[in-house]
Write a protein that binds this ligand. Sequence first.
Ligand SMILES: Cc1cc2nc3c(=O)[nH]c(=O)nc-3n(C[C@H](O)[C@H](O)[C@H](O)COP(=O)(O)OP(=O)(O)OC[C@H]3O[C@@H](n4cnc5c(N)ncnc54)[C@H](O)[C@@H]3O)c2cc1C
Length: 404
Amino acid sequence: MSFDYVIVGAGVIGSSTAYYLKKALPDSRILLIDRNHTAGAGNTARSAALYRNFFSSQTNRTLAGSSIGYYLGLGDKIQVDPIGYLWLFSEEQWNLSQKAILQIGQEKYKFDILDRDAITGILRMNYQPKGGFPDVYAGIFCHQCGSLSAMALANHYVSGFKSMGGEVSFNTDIIKFNLTGKNSCYAPWDDVSIDGIIDSKGATYSAGQFIIAAGAWTHDLLAPIGIAAGILPKKRQLFALKIEDPARFTMKSTKIPAIILPAGGVYIKPVLDKNIMIAGCADDLGQPFLMSDPEPETLYFQRAIEPVLNQYFPELKDFTLSLKWAGYYDYHWPDMTPVIESAANLTWVGGTSGSGIMKADAIGRIAAAGLQGHREAILADGSGFTVSRLSLRNRDVEKEELII
Ligand SMILES: Cc1cc2nc3c(=O)[nH]c(=O)nc-3n(C[C@H](O)[C@H](O)[C@H](O)COP(=O)(O)OP(=O)(O)OC[C@H]3O[C@@H](n4cnc5c(N)ncnc54)[C@H](O)[C@@H]3O)c2cc1C
């Protein structure tokens, strides 16, 4: 089986890359592989699928902002729901974030700065919690934020890719790379590249170029062949709470936005038509950069999330925990911004650091441009983006200050 390009990973990133590569090179033979039975069934399916254009880094604003513009155009096809984000800050957080917030153009990126009085007009919550939990001091309401269906987005790209003649192989688990020659004991003058990749059933796939879009699995896949991808997995969990009366949380009859609370990195995504609030948390120290136990932990909910919810939303007490799941962020430290880098005829695309759904369109366009040897990619909003800015060797991105 010989191809011009083989892409490993049909999550939202591999699918978007496959789509834009095939669109640009309709005569090329391109194969998209995944070990799952369908596109997007890895961490794409486990995400909260929220999107926001509110980042301190100009690079992240460009990647997310242009992608969101494209998603809004797809609308119902990917279940876009522009519910907005309400980011709540304690006084200390607000003072620390001022510099980052002030450099974001309010007009262009469409957000409102709210004082506590304004927030009380939107949300029915406890503004003065006790026991070391900070008061709500101020907030940012971001209009170009919301949620979508991440699976529908991945499938949008894959069906477009297939309709142009792209080939797909699901249930295919890549376990090994065939390097030129003997796979070991290379001399410095040897010209080493990837000849093929081998799946768990022993089939070999040959190609001119290999693209690894394996998300959180990237490090484990590439480290054995001597590539430090700069991308590491970290477990993240989500908990769906069934609530009786969502109207109790809002002061108006408007939709409840996604809410980021000022304690513990806890955030909530409302799914009101199902009477559900999905709660997550981005903890750090103590959570290993490893593919650890993939099961969600009720104890983690009880210790890290429930106390925060109880303080700010005491009325949530009568919820039932109806569903829980876990996945992995694929982090690129230290700047939390995606990576597109190559070694020989292999390119890896990842490091989406918890915001891959909202940036997938731009990342796919940039990766596809780089694979064609272009210096610049054209994003959905018509702006140009220099491909090498996301590389490791010639990286040119800003550190992200507004991380959930
Ligand atoms: C709990 C949680 C909440 C999140 N919330 C958000 C959010 O609200 N908004 C947002 O934008 N992002 C969010 N994210 C992050 C988002 O899910 C990721 O950034 C995004 O899914 C990355 O896409 P991907 O295609 O790189 O990875 P994946 O979707 O994981 O795709 C990688 C694919 O590679 C395949 N693969 C790996 N190794 C092999 C192999 N050896 N052989 C064959 N196939 C292989 C896997 O099966 C998988 O399908 C969240 C993530 C988690 C875990």
